[in-house]
Structures are given as structure tokens and as C-alpha cells.
Write a protein that binds this ligand. Structure first.
Ligand SMILES: CC(C)(COP(=O)(O)OP(=O)(O)OC[C@H]1O[C@@H](n2cnc3c(N)ncnc32)[C@H](O)[C@@H]1OP(=O)(O)O)[C@@H](O)C(=O)NCCC(=O)NCCS
Length: 187
């Protein structure tokens, strides 16, 4: 039931304001991080992960959720700030629409394995479904190739709240997959 409701919300978001999404497709630019972008992308991360953690709370129940994730906003913000601080910001790109930062992507590269990794990435909920995620992945793949990377990996959830991420990754060409499940039980 919860999954159905979530899917409905996701669908309504996807089809919201079609005209704006068309405009986004034309105007969005993907560029390197600037120092002044950091707090904007922290805010985007928190907004984009709200539905994901809301779903997690429903599945886990309040007691378990509170033990593990009561401070998820602070932790997500810290992860994003730390990615921005790494390598003088070279491991983060942002999506800009008409002068406003509307998305971001973090990544790492490994010169030994030549396998790069996409980390936290998100598009502001009001701008999702307009091709921005796809544009960010393409941009970063080119950047990673320039760094000598041969593969790129990304990890995401198998739950309904991560369905947009899974779809976006598959569309971006991530075709090799190793699913995993996290189990919990009360003691
Ligand atoms: C994942 C995310 C960055 C994708 O960005 P986006 O700009 O919405 O992606 P795109 O518009 O390029 O869409 C890529 C594909 O995903 C689909 N998609 C995007 N949003 C969707 C939604 N809410 N529901 C269903 N499909 C969706 C698009 O339709 C498209 O597939 P299609 O061309 O076959 O229709 C964005 O959904 C997001 O911020 N999600 C929340 C945070 C998150 O999950 N981050 C990744 C964590 S691992």
C-alpha cells in the first residue's frame, strides 16, 4: 500500500509542469563546483532525500528508524560538504538552470583499479524528470574518462523510493548489477 502511494507521488512529480521540464532540458548547464555552491547543494540533498527517508521510516518503524537515522539530515549534509572539500572541489559538479543551482553529483576516481565511483547525487525535487540527472552522469563520465578511468560504479537502494535513481542509472548505461538486501529483526 505504502509502495503504491509512493509510486503515485513519484508519478505525479514526474509529470508535473511539463512545460518547465522542456525548458530545463534546453537551458541546463553542468559545470564544476564553485565555493559559493556548497550550501545550495546541501539544501538540494536534504530535499531530495526526504521521500527516501520517509519511506525508510515506514518500512523500519519509528523505533528502529530513530536509532539509526534520527540525524540523517546532518549526516547527509556532512557527506556532501566533505565531498566538496575533497581535492579542492574537483570531485563535484553542479547543474545550473538560469543561474540557479538545481542539482549536484559527487564522484571519486581510483588510479590503481581505474574504477571510479559516483557518490551522492541529486536533482532538486521540483526539477526532477527533466533530463538533468542524465546530463550530469554524461558530463561526469567524460570527466572520468579524461582522468583515465575505465569503469564507473554506483550503489543505490532496491526499495520503491529509489526507483527514480535505478531508472536514471539504467538509462545512463549501468547494466552490470549486483543486488543486495539488508535485513533487520528485533531482539
Ligand atoms: C536520481 C535523480 C538524481 C535523477 O535525476 P533526474 O533529473 O530526475 O533524472 P532524469 O530526468 O535524467 O531521468 C532519468 C530517467 O529516470 C526517470 N525518472 C526520473 N524521475 C523519476 C520519477 N520520479 N519516477 C520515475 N522515473 C523517474 C526518467 O523518466 C528517466 O527515464 P526515461 O527517460 O526512461 O523516462 C533524481 O531522481 C533524484 O535526485 N532522486 C533523489 C535522490 C537520489 O535518489 N539520488 C541517487 C541516490 S543513489
Amino acid at each position: 500500500m505504502a509502495a503504491k502511494k509512493q509510486q503515485k507521488q513519484v508519478e505525479s512529480l514526474k509529470h508535473k509542469d511539463k512545460r518547465r521540464r522542456e525548458r530545463v532540458r534546453q537551458d541546463v548547464a553542468i559545470r564544476d563546483l564553485r565555493a559559493g555552491d556548497v550550501e545550495a547543494i546541501v539544501a538540494i540533498a536534504v530535499a531530495a532525500w526526504e521521500p527516501i527517508y520517509a519511506h525508510r521510516r515506514k518500512v523500519m518503524g519509528d523505533a528502529l528508524f530513530e536509532r539509526l537515522y534520527s540525524d540523517w539530515r546532518e549526516r547527509k549534509a556532512a557527506e556532501v560538504r566533505s565531498a566538496c572539500a575533497r581535492a579542492a572541489g574537483a570531485d563535484v559538479c553542479v547543474a545550473e538552470d538560469a543561474g540557479r543551482v538545481v542539482g549536484f553529483i559527487t564522484f571519486t576516481s581510483d588510479d590503481v583499479t581505474q574504477v571510479a565511483e559516483i557518490g551522492n547525487n541529486a536533482v532538486h525535487p521540483a526539477f526532477q524528470g527533466g533530463g538533468i540527472g542524465t546530463a550530469m552522469y554524461r558530463h561526469v563520465f567524460a570527466k572520468l574518462k579524461e582522468r583515465g578511468m575505465r569503469y564507473v560504479q554506483v550503489t543505490t537502494g532496491g526499495d520503491p523510493a529509489h526507483a527514480p535513481a535505478r531508472r536514471a542509472y539504467e538509462k545512463a548505461g549501468f547494466t552490470i548489477q549486483l543486488p543486495s538486501v539488508t535485513y533487520y529483526r528485533e531482539l
